[in-house]
Design a protein around this ligand. Structure first.
Ligand SMILES: Cc1cc2nc3c(=O)[nH]c(=O)nc-3n(C[C@H](O)[C@H](O)[C@H](O)COP(=O)(O)OP(=O)(O)OC[C@H]3O[C@@H](n4cnc5c(N)ncnc54)[C@H](O)[C@@H]3O)c2cc1C
Length: 591
């Protein structure tokens, strides 16, 4: 059975050596000193490794079941959910006013990574609730906040998001679910939603569904869409639970992974719903939830890769096959461990350098969100908005790829369910699809985000990279970081230039290269993170840090990423510059 060890040391490095959270001017950050964050990570790590991780294969094997309209989660999920509730983990970064602890989002991110690595399917019950809370915080009335938030923050009630319908996934303008106004000011919601994560279960006494539906008078397409709160059980004025609402589970989807999470078809048959936010402006309220959700899904990508990597590493140290070509490393044994072989090391280094780079990128993203929310820093908001499709799309593609590579280290045993490696790959796969499939993330990046606010944010990003490069010019130790970063950043600029020169007259010229651009930019972002991490590691070594092994490993891992991954940018640029012609020439009927 796979095991999980919380990467608290690496998180400490990112929080303190890299981002220096305690020295930031963001409200709440001054409290984040090393011992405080270590105490939180330690507690979260115990829950993750001792309670959630052992349940991961159980959830995978058992899945959820629907009996007489009631959804049951796998054995042990209820007790684990109770432990998560008692620990107050959902409220860690939520407002104290509603029962949370008010810590910065970056701490929720660190803790969230541990929970997701340990048991992604389980953590989605809490993760979806967290997103729903944010939507209510942003768009809800004071009364709605008072009614729903305390119970949701405590996890007595959970939340869901309901966008998808059978004929309407990416294209929300095709939505058919209707909201009819009622005399008492509520709405009657009728329609079918599919693929709803955590759609029903036995973990909480109520479920607060956030549902997108079309109310009369909104116009065609996405314009008429509004957002509604539709509780599973209606809530009485005194806060107690009232009648069962007219929402029922049609079925639980059979799926490739995340079996422990109930992905439901939900049928709304005139269910009572309450408008949240402005009428016909439902999408913007939902997008608040989706931006955080996209960051959370990007985190799922590398968090699954982390768990898979840990196990692949242990296996590579343990499994004896073949001899080191430069001389036996285990001469008294029948063979050497797998880790001596260059190709296994290449595989492990790919995983390690991606996971650590992605962790830094995600924590940096969370820090930008904190700057936006807590300081009102508009530049940080613009930057994180630009980065969101990259965090989601690049990291989930790579996360899946790395989970598959981890499986490869096990050879045939990786394909056998008993070892648990296939679950990481199967669970990681969904992150490439939901919250906007990765092709749509690329479209958002190239079609919208690059030009947002007149291209101000992407220009700021280029300036940031340039400043980083300049800061280390002439520093021999940093050469292996700065030069690849400089080259990759120029390639990213050349790609942007190609889009500007060709995209207006032929949008297909830009969109044919959008996926490559998302990956090119992902590598530049991780290259920037690795350059900064190398700088921080050298600084710690120069200051006489005790655990030299950690910092030296950090630098070696970064060098690997820069030398072995950044060259992919040249390939992505070449594909982008080939334009629409190779992609669009073949007529649809000639495929
Ligand atoms: C396990 C699971 C859990 C989910 N959880 C939820 C949930 O909790 N709530 C919820 O509302 N939904 C949920 N979803 C739905 C998920 O978000 C959608 O499946 C996803 O958004 C894609 O929609 P679709 O499946 O209809 O694909 P489609 O929209 O039909 O897209 C099919 C493919 O075409 C591409 N495509 C579509 N339009 C374009 C375009 N204009 N340009 C280029 N490419 C395009 C897409 O990238 C995709 O690859 C879940 C799905 C699954 C499988």
């Amino acid at each position: 059975m796979p095991s999980y060890t919380p990467p608290a040391r690496d998180m400490d490095f990112i929080l303190h050596d890299l981002l220096q959270v305690g020295a930031q001017d963001i409200p709440g950050y001054a409290d984040l000193d090393r011992s405080f964050t270590a105490a939180i990570l330690d507690e979260a790590g115990k829950l993750a490794s001792e309670v959630l991780a052992p349940l991961n294969p159980v959830g995978d094997r058992e899945g959820c079941r629907l009996e007489n309209g009631v959804v049951y989660t796998p054995t042990g999920f209820k007790a684990a959910f109770e432990a998560m509730k008692q620990g107050g983990w959902n409220g860690l970064d939520l407002p104290e006013e509603y029962g949370g602890q008010g810590l910065p989002y970056i701490m929720g991110t660190a803790v969230g990574e541990m929970f997701v690595s340990a048991n992604m399917a389980f953590n989605m019950y809490q993760g979806l609730t967290h997103g729903a809370i944010n939507a209510i915080l942003t768009a809800g009335s004071d009364e709605q906040k008072a009614t729903y938030l305390p119970k949701m923050v405590s996890l007595d009630w959970t939340g869901t998001m309901n966008l998808t319908e059978p004929h309407c996934g990416t294209d929300l303008g095709l939505m058919r679910t209707r909201a009819e106004p009622q005399a008492d000011g509520s709405y009657a919601i009728t329609g079918q939603k599919i693929f709803i994560s955590a759609g029903d279960h036995d973990l909480a006494e109520n479920i607060i569904h956030l549902v997108l539906a079309k109310a009369p008078g909104g116009g065609p397409g996405t314009k008429g869409i509004s957002l509604f709160i539709v509780p599973k059980f209606l809530v009485n004025p005194d806060g107690s639970l009232g009648a069962r609402n007219a929402v029922s589970v049609g079925k639980i989807e059979e799926k490739m992974g995340i079996h422990g999470n109930a992905t439901c078809v939900l049928n709304y048959d005139g269910a009572r719903g309450f408008l949240i936010g402005e009428l016909h402006k439902g999408l913007s309220a939902m997008f608040v939830m989706m931006n955080e959700a996209r960051l959370g899904v990007g985190l799922q990508g590398y968090a699954q890769a982390e768990a898979a990597y840990q196990n692949a590493l242990a296996y590579a140290r343990d499994r004896l096959q073949g001899r080191d070509v430069t001389g036996a490393k285990n001469p008294n044994g029948p063979a050497d461990p797998l880790i001596v072989h260059p190709d296994i090391r290449r595989n492990l280094m790919d995983q390690k350098s991606f996971v650590e780079g992605a962790r830094a990128f995600t924590f940096w993203g969370a820090h930008l969100l904190d700057r936006g929310h807590r300081l009102g820093d508009k530049d940080a908001e613009g930057l994180i908005s630009l980065m969101t499709p990259v965090l989601k799309g690049f990291q989930t593609d790579k996360g899946f790829e790395m989970a598959v590579q981890a499986q490869q280290v096990y050879g045939g045993h990786g394909y056998i369910e008993e070892w648990g490696m296939s679950q990481f790959a199967r669970d990681a796969r969904i992150a490439m699809i939901y919250e906007g499939a990765n092709g749509i993330q690329a479209l958002d990046l190239v079609g919208r985000k690059l030009a947002q606010d007149g291209g101000k944010h992407v220009m700021a990003f280029f300036e940031m990279v340039k400043a980083e490069v300049k800061a280390h010019e002439g520093d021999e130790r940093m050469k292996g970081f700065v030069e690849p970063l400089k080259t990759a950043s120029k390639q990213m600029q050349a790609a942007g230039m190609f889009f500007m020169q060709n995209g207006m007259k032929n949008p297909n010229a830009a969109l044919s290269g959008s996926y490559d651009f998302m990956h090119l930019m992902g590598h530049v972002c991780l290259g920037l993170m690795w350059t900064r991490m190398a700088k921080a590691a050298y600084a710690a070594l120069d200051a006489g840090a005790a655990d030299r092994d950690f910092y030296e490993a950090k630098i070696a891992t970064g060098r690997y990423y820069m030398a072995r991954q950044l060259p992919a940018c040249a390939m992505h640029l070449a594909r982008i510059e080939s334009g629409a012609e190779p992609v669009m020439t073949l007529a649809a009927d000639r495929f």
